[in-house]
Design a protein around this ligand. Structure first.
Ligand SMILES: C[S@@+](CC[C@H](N)C(=O)[O-])C[C@H]1O[C@@H](n2cnc3c(N)ncnc32)[C@H](O)[C@@H]1O
Ligand code: SF4
Length: 408
């Protein structure tokens, strides 16, 4: 997450949307994201909008955040209601930060408020992220009883050396234990997040992480290569030579290891970094992001996208709480997405999906680039002949570069 917010047009104090947005959002499903900006400690590689108690001091607290988030739910219901929108919410995703650090109380209360103000679809997918060290059977039981259906757990690795380099505060054993507890609590779907390419990680370390993830019986795995985010402790350690980052060939090999191990276990990729055991196990909330769905992002720094308007909230929890305490929208700025930027976004995000994109989205230059990529084995030739650009396994290794060329 960038440390400064991009410029855009101001958001009106009442949070109302432009008329075009109301017209465009009719009969589309709605998702809700809720950002929890707190962590017990900061992992050295992470630049998400999250704060430790020491960093926040008395400027903001979980209580001021909770009050503000409840107020933003009211505001969202009013703003969407003004457009005649009473669509029940189809997916909720509580992310962070570390939602599990809050305990069940606030997470249960906020879901109840979303249910009360919007209604939840009967088959709604309700996910919370969690960290292994702050998750126990009692928390899981309370969340499941309240209606949470899906748990996304940051395991990252089974190697204690790798976990230490990443500054993680849990053991691999604890993460696997939480998966068992989540199953016992009745969660319908459980995801494990893995990171590959940490300095010092070997192919064998990553293979063992994959083996353990598969053996745990989860129905979803996300595997992301470690990104060196500017301004983080990791970036300094890499710059000073303390931690040598692996090169692109090593990262490509790790990705291939992931795809081989997960597909052998019956988990197929549906997005470049995401594998699921079956269609029901795919994360519908993330699919809504990737396919241009409507979502309201609650919380400090959260982004929203409704009816072709994108806006983002003020970043600091104190500024967020102050805006809502003053009965104003916490929106920092917004932009109305034009046809061209919607097309670009669609290509960049949907090419990463296993279904790929229709070539009718591409210009003549983009279609010529697609033909070249197919000849190089990076796009599937048979699918391209049928009018779709779909990445091959080799293409997935270069997904973002290919997508960028297709936007020509
Ligand atoms: C921001 S965290 C929030 C959930 C939770 N606190 C956790 O750590 O799992 C979501 C995921 O993003 C991953 N992540 C954060 N920074 C990253 C980076 N620089 N490179 C790769 N993954 C990153 C985390 O490891 C985690 O699995
Ligand atoms: S626990 Fe998660 S959100 Fe918090 S600093 Fe670590 S990776 Fe970032």
């Amino acid at each position: 997450m960038p440390s400064t917010l991009p410029d855009g047009d101001p958001v009106p104090a009442d949070g109302s949307l432009p008329a075009q947005a109301y017209a465009r959002m009719a009969d589309r499903s709605l998702s809700v994201y809720l950002h929890v900006p707190f962590c017990a400690t900061r992992c050295g590689y992470c630049d998400f909008n999250t704060y430790t108690a020491g960093e926040l001091g008395s400027a903001a607290s979980p209580q001021s955040w909770l009050d503000a988030a409840l107020a933003e739910i009211d505001l969202a219901a009013k703003v969407l209601g003004a457009g005649g929108q009473h669509r029940p919410v189809s997916t909720v995703f509580v992310g962070g930060g570390t939602p599990s650090l809050l305990g069940a109380g606030p997470l249960v209360r906020l879901l109840a408020a979303i249910r009360e103000r919007f209604g939840l679809a009967e088959d709604a997918e309700i996910t919370t992220e969690a960290n292994p060290e702050s998750t126990d059977p009692e928390l899981l039981g309370q969340l499941r009883d309240a209606g949470y259906t899906r748990l996304s757990l940051g395991m990252q690795s089974t190697s204690s050396r790798v976990l230490q380099t990443l500054d993680r505060r849990h053991t691999a054993g604890r993460a696997l234990q939480v998966v068992d507890w989540a199953r016992a609590a009745g969660f319908e779907h459980v995801n494990l997040d893995l990171i590959y390419g940490t300095p010092g990680e070997s192919d064998a370390d990553f293979s063992e992480s994959l083996r353990a993830a598969v053996a745990s019986g989860v129905d979803h795995v996300s595997a992301y290569s470690l990104i060196v985010e500017p301004g983080t402790r990791l970036a300094r350690q890499v710059r000073t030579g303390l931690l040598p980052m692996p090169d692109d060939d090593v990262l490509a090999d790790r990705y291939l290891l992931a795809d081989a191990a997960l597909s052998a276990a019956g988990m197929n990729w549906y997005e470049v970094s995401n594998w699921a055991a079956n269609d029901a196990a795919r994360c519908r909330h993330n699919l809504a992001y990737w396919t241009g769905g409507d979502w309201w992002g609650l919380g400090p720094g959260a982004h929203s996208h409704v009816g072709g308007v994108r806006w983002w909230n003020v970043k600091h929890p104190a500024a967020y709480a102050a805006a809502l305490a003053g009965r104003s929208s916490p929106g920092h700025a917004r932009e109305l997405l034009g046809r061209q930027s919607r097309r670009m976004e669609q290509i960049l995000l949907e090419l990463r999906l296993a279904d790929g994109i229709g070539t009718d989205l591409l210009t003549a230059a983009g279609r010529a680039a697609a033909a070249d990529f197919a000849a190089d084995g990076l796009l599937d030739e048979a699918w391209l002949a049928k009018g779709r650009a779909v990445l091959t396994l080799s293409g997935r290794l270069l997904a973002d570069g290919i997508a960028l060329r297709l936007t020509d």
